[in-house]
Design a binder for this molecule. Structure first.
Ligand code: ADP
Length: 262
C-alpha cells in the first residue's frame, strides 16, 4: 500500500509516492504552483502516480503553504514538521535543517530523537530565499539551475551588500554596467543569500549534522557559501526539493499504520 506526500509550495508543487516495504520512492513529480494551489497539488499527485506506473496512493498527507487547499488529503501537516521528518529519514543524524524555498527560509533545530525543538523563519522578505535568486538570474539572463556552476568559476570577490531584493537588483545592474564578470556577481549573490540564512541559523544554534533542504539546496554555490559562513559541512540529497513531500508521505504511512491498529 504505497502512500503519497504532496507539498504545495509558493513556487513549486511537489508530490512523491512512497513504498513502505522497500522504504523507497516509486514516483515523484514537481510542477510550478501557479495561481491555483489546489489544481497544482492535484496535478503533481497525478503526475507522481503516473511516474510510479499508475499506482494509487492509499493515504495522502498534504503540506506546504497551499496545504489547506488540498481536498484529497487525508491529513495536513505543517512544512516545518514535514521537512524535519524528511531530513531525519535521509540523514538520521540531522541536528539542524536549513530549508530554503521559493518564498521563505527556515532553520529547524532537531533533537537526537528526531523531534523539532525550535525553529526560526524568514517569510517577511525575499532576501535569503529562492525568489531572490530567481530575480537575480533573470537580471543576469541565466537559468537558475546554472547559477551554481557559473558561480564556481568566479575569480574575484564581488560583494552584493544590499539586503533588500529591489536594491540588490539595482546593485547587480550597476555591476553589469561596470562590465563585472557575471560569474563574480553570481558568487557575490550566493554569499549574500548565505549570509542572510547564516544569521537566521545562529538564532537557533548550528550543530551537526547540518542538512539543507528545499529547491535552493540544488544550487551548489549557495551550499558552498553557507558551508563557509557556518564552518560546518552541509549535507544535501538529490531529493532535496522533494524533502517536504517525503516527510508528508512518511506521516501518511504513520497514519495508515495507526488506522490498521484500530
Ligand atoms: P517552495 O516550496 O517555496 O515552492 P522550493 O523548495 O520548491 O520552494 O524551491 C523553489 C526554489 O528553488 C526556486 O525559487 C529556485 O530558486 C530554486 N530552484 C529550483 N530548481 C532549481 C535548480 N535545478 N537549481 C537551483 N535552484 C533551483
Amino acid at each position: 500500500m504505497p502512500v503519497a506526500g504532496v507539498d504545495v509550495g509558493s513556487v513549486a508543487a511537489k508530490a512523491v509516492i512512497f513504498d513502505p516495504q522497500s522504504r523507497s520512492l516509486l514516483g515523484k513529480a514537481v510542477l510550478p504552483t501557479g495561481w491555483n494551489a489546489r489544481e497544482a497539488g492535484e496535478k503533481a499527485l497525478a503526475a507522481a502516480c503516473a511516474d510510479a506506473g499508475g499506482i494509487a496512493a492509499s493515504r495522502i498527507v498534504g503540506t506546504g503553504y497551499g496545504r489547506i487547499s488540498l481536498p484529497f488529503a487525508d491529513k495536513v501537516v505543517t512544512e516545518i514538521t514535514c521537512h524535519a521528518r524528511g531530513a531525519v529519514h535521509l540523514f538520521p543524524g540531522t541536528g539542524v535543517v536549513l530549508d530554503i524555498g521559493g518564498q521563505d527560509s527556515k532553520v529547524i533545530a532537531i533533537a537526537p530523537d528526531g523531534s523539532v525543538t525550535n525553529f526560526v523563519m524568514n517569510d517577511k522578505c525575499a532576501a535569503g530565499t529562492g525568489r531572490f535568486l530567481d530575480v537575480m538570474a533573470r537580471v543576469l539572463e541565466v537559468k537558475v539551475e546554472d547559477l551554481g556552476t557559473l558561480g564556481a568559476q568566479s575569480t574575484k570577490n564581488v560583494s552584493i551588500s544590499s539586503t533588500c531584493t529591489v536594491f540588490a537588483e539595482s546593485e547587480v545592474i550597476s555591476q553589469l554596467s561596470l562590465d563585472t564578470d557575471k560569474r563574480d556577481i553570481i558568487n557575490g549573490i550566493h554569499h549574500s543569500v548565505a549570509s542572510r540564512v547564516a544569521g537566521l541559523a545562529h538564532r537557533v544554534g548550528v550543530r551537526d549534522q547540518v542538512v539543507m533542504t528545499g529547491g535552493v539546496a540544488q544550487n551548489t554555490g549557495v551550499v558552498k557559501a553557507l558551508e563557509e559562513e557556518l564552518g560546518h559541512i552541509i549535507y544535501t540529497s538529490p531529493l532535496t526539493q522533494y524533502n517536504g513531500a517525503l516527510g508528508a508521505a512518511l506521516f501518511a504511512y504513520q497514519r495508515y499504520q495507526k488506522e490498521q491498529k484500530g
